[in-house]
Design a protein around this ligand. Structure first.
Ligand code: BGC
Length: 367
């Protein structure tokens, strides 16, 4: 059945009703755009979260370069790492004051930007949620991201496949589960995607979460910080794995995977067989670990392509067009947000060289 999502978006004093959404994953959907477009040279605000992984570091430079090349004036800001959502809110308010025509926002906290995006709409700006959806606000026009649920599914499947290959004689597997920051809406989407694959195997006894910590609240990693994941892994190992084999760990990204691997090694659990540890982001520091087998998998979500897609949307909006979307709309708790998804790719040592063939830096690390 074809799904029609209706979102009402008001800006520049005009209420527009946009029909959006499709089930084919191909047809473009109509969303909001400033009817008259806006001039080249206009300020485009880009508000990114703190630099909790390499992809965010890359995104800032790519947005600056690509928006400039497309003829706009980028204003790229990161949420200060030691602070909270309110700092990012202040940065977005400053962009509004500068008259930004589009706000591209990678939220530090998906639930804390309601008043800033409402102000952006009141100023006639278009709001694009980048990588992370902005929750509980009707003032979000577009979402552009890699398909995060798919990321989680790939991670869950990689954990299962990796353990089967590494422990061919095992009938059951002992695992632990990690998730990201509770402030990041993606953390739950990744976890739920992975649990779609893992929960049935927990239920039938194939997988045992030895600590018993299976609720997302028990697995989360405050601030996506490596130190927090490492401390939790140390505690889990000390409390539950004396004389017990650890077969695998669901890690939501590479930064946390490396911290978990450090903990596993320190606890003497890397031998005789290294447990399977998943990841995400294709961070340069993780590629050698994947080639050596210390980290089993990562996900390729090429930041270059995601930024290019966001900038292509800005160019369409400047021309007075609606931006192209290609996926079913994403419900943010209040409205269905027209969505453009790029496909994530699972990477293990078997396909790493091929997956990074367009990225010489990463490809070189697979040799
Ligand atoms: C991104 C991940 C990243 C994480 C921590 C998420 O929102 O989608 O790629 O690993 O934030 O920075």
């Amino acid at each position: 059945m074809r799904k029609i999502a209706i979102s009402t978006v008001a800006f520049a004093g005009v209420a527009l009703v946009a029909l959006s959404g499709c089930s084919t994953g191909r047809a473009a959907s109509a969303a909001s755009s400033p009817a008259a477009g806006f001039a080249k040279g206009s300020v485009i605000g880009v508000a990114l979260p703190d630099k909790t992984s390499e992809n965010w570091v890359l995104a800032g430079k790519l947005f600056t370069d690509d928006l400039t090349a497309a003829g706009f004036t980028p204003d790229v800001q990161y949420a200060p790492s030691s602070n909270t959502a309110s700092e990012q809110g202040a940065q977005i308010s400053a962009m509004n004051t500068k008259g930004a025509k589009v706000l591209i926002i990678g939220a530090f906290d998906g639930k804390q930007l309601g008043s800033q995006v409402a102000a952006a709409h009141a100023n006639g700006a278009v709001v694009i949620a980048y990588d992370r959806i902005i929750q509980d606000s009707k003032n979000v026009d577009y979402y552009v991201a890699y398909n995060n649920e798919k990321v989680g599914e790939l991670q869950g499947q990689a954990l299962l496949d990796g353990m089967k290959a590494r422990f061919p004689d095992a009938k059951t597997y002992n695992i632990e589960l990690f998730s990201g920051a509770s402030t990041d809406p993606n953390a739950k989407v990744f976890f739920d995607g992975a649990m779609k694959i893992l929960q049935p195997k927990i239920d039938d006894g194939t997988l045992k979460v030895v600590s018993g910590q299976t609720a997302i609240a028990q697995t989360q990693t405050t601030g996506w910080l490596a130190a927090n994941a490492q401390t939790r892994m140390d505690t889990l190992l000390a409390g539950n794995y004396s004389g017990v084999t650890l077969n695998g760990v669901l890690s939501p990204n590479d930064t946390l995977a490396r911290a978990i691997i450090t903990s596993i090694k320190a606890a003497g659990k890397a031998t005789p067989v290294m447990p399977v540890v998943t990841g995400q982001d294709s961070e340069a520091a993780s590629i050698p670990l994947i080639m050596s087998g210390e980290q089993y998998s990562t996900i390729n979500k090429d930041t270059t392509k995601l930024v290019e897609q966001a900038v292509a949307m800005v160019t369409q909006l400047a021309a007075g067009k609606t931006a192209t979307t290609n996926s079913p709309a994403t419900n943010n708790g209040v409205v269905d947000v027209p969505t453009y998804y790029l496909p994530p790719e699972l990477v293990t040592k078997d396909n790493a060289a091929a997956s990074y063939k367009n990225n010489p830096t990463l490809e070189a690390l697979t040799k």
